[in-house]
Design a protein around this ligand. Structure first.
Ligand SMILES: Cc1cc2nc3c(=O)[nH]c(=O)nc-3n(C[C@H](O)[C@H](O)[C@H](O)COP(=O)(O)OP(=O)(O)OC[C@H]3O[C@@H](n4cnc5c(N)ncnc54)[C@H](O)[C@@H]3O)c2cc1C
Length: 460
């Protein structure tokens, strides 16, 4: 059953007929996101341009009790923007204006469809810095980043999206507008509702404006790469760097399989005779940057690294950093289906977790390339598989279960940045426990009594 005729006519009145798609060939590109193995045709696609249009669409959907799945660029890796059957996909990519740069308060007000890169560029053009840099930043939207509380390569020093959201405008399922947060550095009036909407994965409201915090641009940066014969040495070097009270802006790693795939793909000139590669970046005052880089180099050598390569200039730094940025794309070329996970553990448990992932790969005879944010304890074990091979997919599922259970056992989490969505909802109760699940359900029911927003995501 498609979206009811009456509802469609109402949607066309609100956004204009040209902004409502229903032809199957138009719906197909919106029937999946970045998550492997998930596809579902929606009933229609609606492009909104203004907050008023979003409010109108939500009112219409609420009255007819039609499911709404809000969508940014669809790069999500947990099936968050996967349509539910016959739903309305509300696409925000055309709400793409930068509304205000406030130099006095160091804030940027944007619409949700602005890409993360556009936000970073707008900040840089004003001599400022917007640190969150998900690997997808060229195409992901800021609305999607806020809804997933996305992280990035600079999370260790600068934090994640949440740390840069000062306020937002949200449309509730009833069509009512809500502003939460403001330009004040301090504000403790009432519950922090903005924190509730951050990471809510499109289940509580539609974000229509975001007020972002910008910071001064670091004066200098140094980028280097160290290679190790054993993954344990790399993990121990990371622990030693943190223990030396150095907080680099980037501390990322690639395992052997990922290094080889990246080199095949991008021909960066990476050393191939190693088990692990660390990408390290420090930024800030030039003197501090120089000292920290020298200390990190020494720590890596003390932990038996094979080689440390320090970028001579910005071009080489960009090239080295691209080794990590292209990891997912490089792995994705190797097998028909790539499933990227983001189990996360306290940093102290990282080496054990990496060894566990290796053991699971062996146990289930699976190909897993692992890379990730080593400084954050955020791993991306990436399964290189083929969704048409049912028997292998069964082994993949069993491997997932073991990896998530172990992450929880280590005091970690089932997702460090990609969200729960559809892909991980079966693992949430074991992680969150009964009381948290109950409170989350009550909150959702209070905000969306008809259950129209992203039904079936995160939990039923
Ligand atoms: C190659 C690649 C690299 C990636 N690297 C990273 C990374 O380093 N770090 C990281 O955290 N993630 C990463 N991701 C995952 C993904 O890019 C992020 O989750 C991103 O924030 C999603 O943005 P999007 O615009 O594509 O949102 P979508 O995928 O369209 O939506 C994601 C979720 O947000 C909701 N949503 C979207 N817009 C709104 C809105 N305006 N209001 C309310 N809800 C909304 C949707 O309903 C859905 O639940 C990567 C993905 C890919 C494909």
């Amino acid at each position: 059953m498609a979206v009811a005729e009456k509802t469609l006519a109402g949607l066309q009145r609100i956004v204009g007929a040209e902004n409502v798609l229903t032809a199957p060939e138009d719906l197909i590109p919106y029937s999946f996101d970045g998550t492997a193995g998930l596809q579902q045709m929606p009933g229609s696609i609606v492009f909104a341009k203004t907050t008023e249009q979003v409010a109108g669409v939500l009112r219409q959907a609420n009255e007819s009790k039609t499911a709404i799945v809000t969508r940014g660029s669809g790069t999500g890796l947990s099936g968050g923007s996967l349509p539910s059957p016959d739903c309305i996909v509300l696409c925000t990519v055309r709400m793409d204006r930068i509304l205000e740069l406030d130099r006095a308060n160091l804030t940027l007000l944007v619409e949700p469809g602005v890409t993360t890169l556009h936000v970073a560029d707008a900040a840089a053009a004003a001599g400022l810095f917007y640190p969150p840099d998900p690997g997808s930043m060229k195409i992901s939207t800021i609305g999607g980043n806020v809804a997933e509380n996305s992280g990035g390569l600079r999370g260790l020093k600068y934090g994640v999206t949440r740390n840069y959201v000062m306020g937002m405008e949200v449309v509730l399922p009833s069509g009512e507008l809500l502003w939460t947060g403001n330009k004040c550095v301090k504000d403790v009036a009432g519950y922090s509702l903005k924190d509730l909407f951050i990471g809510s994965e499109g289940t509580l409201g539609v974000i229509t404006k975001v007020l972002l915090r910008l910071i001064p641009k670091p004066a200098a940066k140094k980028t280097m790469v160290a290679t190790f014969a054993q993954m344990d040495q790399a993990a121990e070097a990371v622990s030693a760097i943190i223990a030396a009270q150095i907080i680099p802006c980037t501390l990322e790693f690639l395992d052997r399989l990922t290094i080889h795939c990246v080199e095949d793909y991008a021909q960066i000139g990476l050393p191939l005779d190693c088990e692990a590669l660390l990408l390290m970046e420090t930024d800030g005052h030039p003197v501090v940057v120089g000292e920290e880089a020298a200390q990190m180099e020494k720590i890596c050598r003390d932990h038996g690294c094979l080689e440390v390569r320090v970028a001579k200039d910005d071009t080489e730094a960009g090239k080295l950093a691209s080794a990590r940025r292209s990891a997912f794309s490089a792995l994705a070329r190797v097998a028909p289906t790539t499933i990227l996970e983001d189990a996360t553990v306290p940093r102290s448990e990282l080496a054990k977790m990496i060894r566990f992932v290796e053991a699971v790969a062996k146990k289930y005879s699976l190909k897993i390339g692992t890379f990730g944010h080593m400084g954050d304890g955020n791993l991306h074990p990436t399964f290189l598989t083929d969704e048409r091979n049912k028997e292998e997919m069964h082994r993949v599922e069993e491997a997932f279960k073991e990896i998530f259970a172990e992450a929880i056992r280590f005091g970690g989490t089932i997702t460090g940045e990609h969200g729960v969505g559809l892909a991980k909802k079966s693992f949430l109760p074991a992680f969150a426990g009964d009381a948290q699940m109950r409170v989350m359900r009550q909150l959702r029911r209070a905000l969306d009594p008809n259950g129209i927003l992203n039904p079936g995501k995160m939990f039923d």
